[in-house]
Design a protein around this ligand. Structure first.
Ligand code: ARG
Length: 470
């Protein structure tokens, strides 16, 4: 069958045009949404008397058949059909003849593609939200399993202060909570139904947009036909949410890589999520974590790619907009892979408890605790800081830990130091005393674990509701 738009053309179109112009090689991913959108549209056309009831029924039945055909893995999407919208329409016409030709009444591919992508984003936002949820569950289980483990918290990748391993992990729980919210926002932004905008200016036919909106489960109508067919900010918001999430996952991945190296030797990634080397028989590499880190580049790139495509486009639809889909599909695919990879590695992760103890020594991790001990004895913090600086230098010179200095040695720097100082020099005490909201004491961390568990319990019950308007 020739091109559906060939009416005004005299010459044959060069096949090179298909090669560049066609989007069906990738937009076939939208087919379930395209069909659902067409069904809503056709039902509306019949209700409004724009086509007959009978025609409406025939088209809907044929659309369901086409959906089945397209779901088969053997189905081929021919490049001559240009895009998924025309592929489906052509099949419809082949099945129904003139009746099939009525499906595109009061509709343009411009509002049709905007609809499909909005539906796609709504579905994927929920899927990503659910996958974030699973990773958060894994974080809580791991945090609970190792509640008794203290590790050094780092700044500048230098050992800084003792923290609970769970406190460190729960930092990612918080980040993922915000990521979840970002995808809820992406969903809500996409939740405006554009059909009826037609090419750019709406239609003279008496359509019912409200019906289509409700039928497809949208909460809002787009309110300017020109905006509806030309803007893609709802995709950008989704790509932005993806970029930020990828950044968080990449940081987790980086820590898994660092911690599983012999240099840190804090954790062991389960063998089934590691890979070997083709030449070095001894190797076991954290490839999955590296790929999560690596994919972040593409996921950022997808955001920048579409931002750049949009810049400077005059209203309304321009074919440039067809370039919105590959970055979107790529981000979805890689975000889901990355979330699952981290979730799998984390759920099976083992902490080498003995080694965490070793690295708690040697870094004077409780120096701040000593300074705060002096503050409690009435010394201004700045002076306390300087006194402890000298004590640390002394210990370093003698090659000992703070708690290995004698009371006399410490008293040389301040006579406020008493025998009770020693308990403040232990990592356990250090963590235990940081008992303020948001702090790393076991009491606070357990409180947070309890809060997070309830939060997820709630989210599990109402995950779909989270995406509804306020
Ligand atoms: N394949 C096109 C896209 O993805 C569909 C819209 C085509 N509209 C047009 N006026 N050529 O953007």
């Amino acid at each position: 069958m020739a091109k559906l738009w060939k009416g005004r053309f005299k010459d044959e179109i060069d096949s090179f045009v298909d090669e560049m112009n066609a989007s069906i090689t990738f937009d076939h991913e939208l087919f379930p949404f395209d069909i659902e959108g067409s069904i809503a549209h056709v039902k509306m056309l019949a209700r409004q008397g724009i086509i007959s009831e009978k025609e409406g029924e025939k088209i809907v039945t044929a659309l369901y058949e086409i959906e089945k055909e397209l779901s088969s893995p053997e189905h081929k999407f021919p490049i001559e059909d240009e895009d998924i919208h025309m592929h489906i329409e052509k099949k419809l016409i082949k099945k129904l003849g003139d009746t099939g030709k009525k499906v595109h009444t009061a509709r343009s591919r411009n509002d049709q593609v905007a609809l499909d992508v909005r539906m796609y984003i709504k579905a994927k936002s929920i899927e990503i939200g659910e996958t974030i949820f699973k990773l958060q569950q894994a974080i809580l289980s791991k945090g609970e399993e190792y509640l008794d483990v203290i590790i050094p918290g780092y700044t500048h990748l230098q050992r800084a202060q003792p923290v609970l391993f769970s406190h460190h992990l729960f930092a990612y729980y918080e980040m993922l909570n915000r990521d979840f919210t970002h995808f809820v926002e992406a969903y809500r932004e996409a939740d405006h139904m554009p059909l009826g905008s037609a090419a750019l200016a709406g239609t003279t036919l008496n359509i019912d947009r409200e019906f289509v909106k409700n039928f497809l489960g949208f909460h809002f109508l787009t309110e300017n036909s020109m905006d509806a067919v030309s803007d893609r900010d709802f995709i950008l918001i989704f790509l932005n949410a993806s970029a930020i999430l990828a950044m968080h996952l990449s940081r987790m991945a980086e820590e898994l890589i660092l911690w599983s190296s012999k240099e840190f030797d804090l954790v062991e990634i389960a063998e089934r999520y590691t890979t070997g080397s083709s030449i070095m028989p001894q190797k076991r590499n954290p490839d999955l974590a590296e790929l999560v880190r690596g994919k972040t580049g593409k996921i950022y790139g997808n955001l920048v790619s579409l931002l750049t495509t949009m810049k400077g486009l005059p209203l309304t639809y321009n074919k440039d907009l067809q370039e919105d889909k590959e970055p979107l599909f790529d981000s979805v695919k890689n975000i889901l892979l990355s979330l699952r990879a981290i979730e799998k590695m984390l759920s099976t992760l083992k902490i080498k408890k003995e080694n965490t103890k070793k690295i708690l020594t040697g870094g004077f991790l409780t120096a701040t605790d000593l300074a705060e001990y002096l503050v409690k004895k009435g010394i201004p913090f700045r002076d306390a800081h300087s006194i402890v600086g000298k004590i640390v230098a002394d210990a370093e010179e003698k090659g000992v830990e703070l708690h290995q200095l004698s009371l006399e040695e410490m008293k040389n720097y301040s006579d406020k130091i008493e025998k009770d100082v020693y308990k403040y020099l232990k990592p356990e005490t250090s963590a235990r005393l940081r008992n303020i909201p948001g702090g790393t004491s076991p009491e606070q961390v357990k409180k947070m674990l309890y809060k997070y568990r309830n939060q997820l319990e709630w989210r599990k019950k109402f995950i779909k509701n989270s995406f509804q308007p306020y």
